[in-house]
Design a protein around this ligand. Structure first.
Ligand code: GDP
Ligand code: ADP
Length: 212
């Protein structure tokens, strides 16, 4: 990463991906409660809402034709088909929020994460791993939101998803929740420090000392 790419926007962009059930949503939710400078982008999806999910909170739930219209109009920064449904990050707001210095987290799959890295080379890609396959399956069952065949499909897809972790900047193992949350906070915090250091490196003091 070069300093120029880091300074592309004043806001930091974090992308968190994981196989279904690894704990990504729980970790991001806990992180947002602790960090008022971070906000999450709400994706659009053609998937039906689960139990307590609300339109505009977890996702914008839209029909397949509406999703296609948005694709055709170029309204997504990235989109992908995951577990038989389509999911996308709306362009609206993201670029302007980053330019305004806001930090944003995207909770998306690996295909979307890799698209975002191409668009925003300074984005920080974080992959969350479960401690074992057995624990992953247990978490999907305990969550109690998906039918057995949906869980089976997600376990099959998880093998392919986990193989993509090597393309990410950081890999966090979510065995103990509090430890994984601490790791996630540390990544966010260190990225902010790095950015602040880049700004200082361009400041008058560094220029005057021939350190820039
Ligand atoms: N590419 C992309 N993937 C997304 C987006 N929103 C959610 N996803 C991913 O779609 C997958 C399925 O999400 P979901 O149906 O909520 O299931 P869960 O991960 O088991 O909670 C997960 O890997 C999400 O990270 C998006 O905007 N773009
Ligand atoms: N470290 C952990 N230990 C045990 N259970 C966890 C842990 N992290 C998350 N969970 C539980 O696992 C289930 C799946 O978590 P969730 O955040 O919905 O995953 P994802 O968003 O990755 O699909 C939830 O019931 C959640 O409470």
């Amino acid at each position: 990463m070069t300093s120029d790419t880091l300074l592309e926007t004043p806001g930091n962009l974090f992308v968190v991906a994981a196989p279904s059930g690894a704990g990504k949503s729980s970790l991001v939710k806990a992180l947002l409660e602790l960090d008022s400078h971070l906000s999450v982008s709400v994706s659009h999806t053609t998937r039906a809402p689960r139990g307590q999910e609300q339109d505009g909170r977890e996702y914008w739930f839209i029909s397949a034709p509406t999703f296609q219209d948005m694709v055709d109009r170029g309204e997504f920064l990235e989109w992908a088909e995951v577990h038989g449904n389509r999911y996308g990050t709306s362009r609206k707001g993201i670029e302007s929020r980053l330019q305004a210095g806001e930090d944003i987290v995207l909770e998306i799959d690996y295909q979307g994460a890799l698209q975002i890295k191409r668009l925003f080379p300074h984005a920080i890609l974080i992959f969350i791993l479960p401690p074992s396959w057995q624990e992953l399956e247990q978490r999907l069952r305990r969550r109690g939101e998906d039918q057995p065949e949906v869980i089976a499909q997600r376990m099959v897809n998880a093998r392919e998803e986990v193989a993509q972790a090597r393309h990410f900047d950081f890999v966090i193992i979510n065995a103990l929740f509090e430890t994984a949350l601490f790791d996630l906070k540390t990544v966010v915090h260190s990225q902010r420090l790095k950015y602040a250091a880049q700004l200082r490196a361009r400041s008058g003091v560094f220029q005057a000392l021939d350190l820039a």
